[in-house]
Design a protein. Sequence first.
Length: 115
Amino acid sequence: VQLVESGGGLVQPGGSLKLSCAASGISFRFCNMGWYRQTPGKQRELVASISTGGRTNYADSVKGRFTIFRVNAENTVYLQMNSLKPEDAAVYYCNANIEPTVNFWGQGTQVTVSS
């Protein structure tokens, strides 16, 4: 199983980034997918998730700014991030969950928000 994230980088406050996570070696359409983030010294936190049926869930801190969506035909989940703030800076990780307890993780992609 491989989850490969891309799309991270440096962006100014107020800017946008689109993260991608391409999955292979897994039945993507049967996986709940999620984006998590982590900063040094802090626990990894859920940013957004999308179920196999397309139901989405967002952390309060990103509601209205971030959008998660999946394209099953591409085995890919995306995270569109708008109106980025310095506090959004983190390493973002892709997660694939097969209920109830099987989880796979990507290697992470760095997002830096700074002027």
